[in-house]
Design a protein around this ligand. Structure first.
Ligand code: FAD
Length: 324
């Protein structure tokens, strides 16, 4: 089903989950089992990532097909458009239609490091920004696809990791254009600073749309080094009151890091829900294909625990945590 329809039908808080296609057969089998168990969280939808330039096209479509048809999940496929020929995009869209997938997250993607659009062959240059893909999908498929777009509560950074001169309001006119071109929902980059997200949400509601679903992107904390690496790569700032909770003793103890991480994520979810008066009610998890932390957050969060109440066998959700 389309995410807009599902969203309108769901009145209680919910989650959505992001996965990436594993490289190996064993990885794929493990992930499918894990996704099967995680379906007990009754996610509003699950998304499957796409390698920029189409590098994972086959594996993304394969995982998406299994999730949609064998696991009966509502799938949203990520699709990037820069540095990709129109042929790959057409093939992906046709495949989705054939499978019965109704949701596409339309992204620009990043050009290969060190390359510039201007240097690309013209065949790979047709889609410059995500809006070009939104328009293309809407023109060719009308309302068949429910199209999502990305947003950045702390601003979108191009290039250098350390530049801090980006502000969310600079991207806002472009986000608005993506919505005007027909985008139906928005998923944000991960963040840990609730104040920054809330400011962005207010700006978005005031200047872009007061009704389009906006899904905040949350990455559970699986290890201390991964937490810092992911935050840095995504340009997500870590507020001092959060970094202070990881004393050197906690940093050295993986279990303690995870436990503090679960507490932090639960607090973030509660705060967002309360302070938006429930306007934000679906929380998008960047799972990194891992199950434990997300399951513990859902189980421990009073807003979300109803999801699992009918399924008392919660332990099954947190076993078998092998890295894929
Ligand atoms: P756009 O909306 O096109 O924006 C890109 C930049 O250009 C922004 O700085 C914007 O302000 C600017 N801009 C937009 N329009 C114009 C214009 N008309 N004139 C001038 N400037 C303009 N990447 C992957 O490769 N695979 C994935 O599966 C993937 N999934 C993601 C999921 C989410 C939820 C998010 C937030 C990101 C994801 N990404 C993924 C990363 C994404 O591809 C990059 O962040 C990329 O750099 C920007 O993509 P976009 O769709 O936001 O681009």
């Amino acid at each position: 089903s389309s995410i807009r329809e599902l969203y309108d039908q769901r009145s209680t808080p919910a989650v959505s989950l992001e996965f990436f296609p594993p490289k190996t057969e064993i990885g794929k089998r493990n992930l499918l089992e894990r996704m099967g168990r995680m379906s007990a969280m009754d996610p509003l939808f699950v998304t499957v990532t796409w390698g920029a330039g189409g590098t994972t096209a086959e594996k993304t479509l394969e995982l998406a097909t299994l999730a949609e048809n064998s696991l009966n999940l509502n799938v949203c496929i990520h699709l990037t458009c820069t540095n990709m020929s129109r042929g790959i995009i057409d093939e992906a869209l046709e495949a989705c239609k054939k499978i019965g997938i109704r949701n596409i997250l339309a992204l620009r993607g990043d050009p290969p490091i060190g390359e510039d659009w201007n240097d690309m062959e013209s065949e790979l240059n047709e889609f410059k920004y995500a809006i070009d893909l939104v328009r293309y999908i809407k023109q060719n498929y009308g309302d068949y696809f429910c199209v999502g777009v990305a947003a950045y509560p702390e601003g979108h950074h191009e290039g250098e990791l350390d530049s801090n001169d980006h502000e969310p309001h600079k991207d806002l006119p472009f986000l608005k254009q993506k919505i005007e071109a027909g985008a139906d929902f928005v998923i944000t980059q991960l963040f840990y600073d609730v104040e920054k997200f809330l400011k962005f949400e207010e700006l978005f509601r005031r200047e872009v749309s007061d009704s389009i679903p906006l899904f905040p992107g949350l990455m559970p904390i699986n290890s201390y080094s991964l937490f810092h690496r992911a935050a840095k790569l995504s340009h997500a700032s870590i507020p001092q009151h959060i970094s202070e909770r990881f004393s050197p003793e906690i940093q050295a103890d993986d279990h303690a890091v995870k436990a503090v991480g679960v507490e932090i994520l639960i607090e973030i979810i509660n705060e967002i829900y309360q302070r938006t008066s429930g306007r934000i009610k679906v929380f998008h998890f960047y799972t990194l294909n891992l199950e434990k932390a997300t399951a513990q957050i859902v189980t421990g969060c009073p807003l979300l625990s109803h999801i699992l109440e009918e399924d008392q066998d919660d332990d099954s959700l947190i076993d078998n945590e092998d890295v894929i």
